[in-house]
Design a protein around this ligand. Sequence first.
Ligand code: SAM
Length: 258
Amino acid sequence: MRKIFIIGIGAGNPDHMTAQAVAALARADVVFLPDKGDDKDGLQKLRRDICARFIGDKPYRFAEMRLPERDIRATPDYKANIEAWRAGVTARYEQFLRAELADNQCGAFLAWGDPAIYDGTILILDAIRAKGDLAFDYEVIPGISSVQALAAAHRVPLNRIGESILITTGRKLAAGWPAEADNVVVMLDGQQAFKALPPDLGLEIFWGAYIGTGDEILIAGPLADVAEKISAAREAARQTHGWIMDSYLLRRMSVKTP
Ligand SMILES: C[S@@+](CC[C@H](N)C(=O)[O-])C[C@H]1O[C@@H](n2cnc3c(N)ncnc32)[C@H](O)[C@@H]1O
């Protein structure tokens, strides 16, 4: 039976690799490297470096998988667009698994951060298994998400006593501050949705870019005071690197009594 590991590799620092992730990776005969076209060279390099550092002398190989690119114009509806793209990606994954992984071999997908947070790999493998044309077993190895790395870098908890935590996207936050939210972690925000939030919400922000890497940038403070500073730092970093990976925690400054 083919065996596949979906391994959370952490959010940019190779030292995020857990002992469980290292053990799973060491079993891989084939490491699959999906490439969505928008993938940053640095992120693929980190995946290769992790393999070089943690697999050791055991023979393994990489299978690079060029994936279909998303065409936003094809279906203007966001969800329909993602679903159509995902169907193409799923077909490509199946094709690769069939061609690259022999029946008794072990394969690995290296998921950025944790595979359970804004990562499609689990759903894609589920969809292939559900079709029933290709038999394989798979296991998910949790990783240190950028959510945890962000909180650790700022030395803050994600919640204070009894509060909730919401993880969402910049796209969702652009629709407004979520009702009842105490602490909101925002990912995938290319539009800087924090800039449009009304000052009377009394928010503070803990922002980080390239967290865990040598290029890490951290800015924190009352949102009204630091929003412009973050925006300028973000733009400068994007120009320097050609891409940016950032996330942030927003929370109300007034602490509720437990
Ligand atoms: C497709 S999601 C993948 C999240 C990943 N599964 C995780 O657990 O961190 C990509 C988003 O994660 C966030 N992210 C990932 N790595 C990051 C890092 N090193 N620094 C800051 N944000 C990061 C950014 O918001 C980015 O847009």
